[in-house]
Ligand binder design. Structure first.
Ligand code: FAD
Length: 313
């Protein structure tokens, strides 16, 4: 779950992230000085000091045309603002893409995409993607390939499982649910306040891209408070939308707690997980971290190498 802090480059007035296009960019500071180091962390450091600008002035006409044909959504906010990104500089930012382009997800225990829960199989974004993407983003084809292949594998396995249980197929085991709220269990959930407080711990890149023990611990303290608050609250109403909102918030806090607990335990820099207090790779940590638990989270180093387990697809 520590590999869930992918940030994408975007125009400051847009939500569309297209890292690939920025290979044709010249980056500048407010005063026009060119930024030479173009990696995301260097750009982020400049962004902490002031506005950073990009201009896609290295794309020739042929490339410009190809860009517009292949990714027209990138240009919509520019066209609306009357900005020509090939000839005018524009402010940029880094947007957290979290687990969407990161890798954390439900742990798979064998090559049928099975989980530890009998009969439960996971695929695509819901499942861990480290088998195919390692600690880096799976954006730009791996994610989609993983969704299709793991979907096919897990679907077949689920069908075989259902077939295998035969006449017992209608006997279900119910697990205790987290995030189910009874109407009278406390004050109404402050959905907006909790969401903002949560976002404030995971979105800012000064916290999530430049990780340190102190920052992660501080965020965990706040996330644990939010977790308690959600569990002492009830949805504002029994409107299904309010209940869904409550469950979404519970899931976001759970994900953030798994992410930062894993990040605290990975005392090294690897892939997209960057620890300023542990700036290099630690060869003793060439294993996955498995986060376990909802209330109390436990982390263990995966005991076997993926190849030995035979689950490297
Ligand atoms: C902006 C963006 C750009 C991307 N670009 C690329 C790219 O260039 N290359 C690449 O390889 N990948 C890319 N990806 C990632 C890729 O799209 C995903 O990895 C892939 O779509 C995941 O497929 P999935 O089926 O696992 O999940 P999803 O596509 O998210 O499908 C899950 C479905 O489940 C539904 N659902 C959720 N909860 C419930 C419920 N309770 N009951 C019923 N249905 C439910 C959802 O509505 C959704 O339709 C991008 C993703 C985003 C967001």
């Amino acid at each position: 779950m520590e590999f869930s802090n992918e940030y994408g480059l975007s125009a400051a007035f847009s939500t569309v992230t297209k890292n690939f296009f920025f290979q044709w960019a010249t980056f500048t500071k407010e005063d026009g000085a060119v930024i030479v180091q173009k990696d995301k962390r260097s750009l982020a450091k400049h962004m902490l000091e002031g506005t950073v600008y990009a201009e896609l002035n290295k794309a020739n006409e042929e490339i410009q045309t190809a860009m517009r044909i292949t990714q027209p959504n990138f240009f919509v906010p520019f066209d609306r603002s009357g900005i020509n990104p090939f000839q005018q500089r524009f402010p940029i930012t880094l947007r957290l893409e979290g687990t969407v382009r990161g890798n954390g997800g439900i742990n798979l225990v064998n090559d049928t995409c099975a989980t530890k829960v009998p009969g439960l199989f996971a695929a695509g974004d819901a499942a861990t993607r480290e088998f195919v993407a390692g600690g880096t983003t799976g954006g730009g084809s791996i994610n989609a390939s993983w969704a299709m292949t793991s979907g096919r594998i897990s679907g077949k396995a689920a069908a075989l499982y259902t077939h295998s249980i035969g006449e017992f197929g209608n006997k279900r085991i119910f697990f205790e649910e987290r995030g189910r709220f009874e109407p009278s269990t406390g004050k109404s959930l402050d959905a907006i306040g909790i969401t903002r407080a949560l976002q404030n711990e995971v979105i800012p890149f000064e916290k999530n891209l430049f990780r340190t023990e102190e920052k992660l611990q501080n965020s965990m303290r706040i996330l644990n408070e939010l977790w308690r608050e959600v569990h002492n609250s009830s949805p504002v109403s029994q409107d299904p939308r309010a209940i869904v909102r409550t469950r979404e918030i519970t899931s976001m806090i759970a994900t953030a707690r798994w992410m930062y607990t894993s990040a605290l335990n990975r005392k090294e820099t690897r892939g997209m997980h960057k620890r300023d207090d542990y700036p290099t790779e630690n060869k003793n940590m060439q294993s996955r971290l498995i986060a376990n638990g909802i209330e109390d989270i436990h982390i263990r180093l995966s005991s076997n190498r993926l190849e030995e387990k035979g689950i490297l697809l």
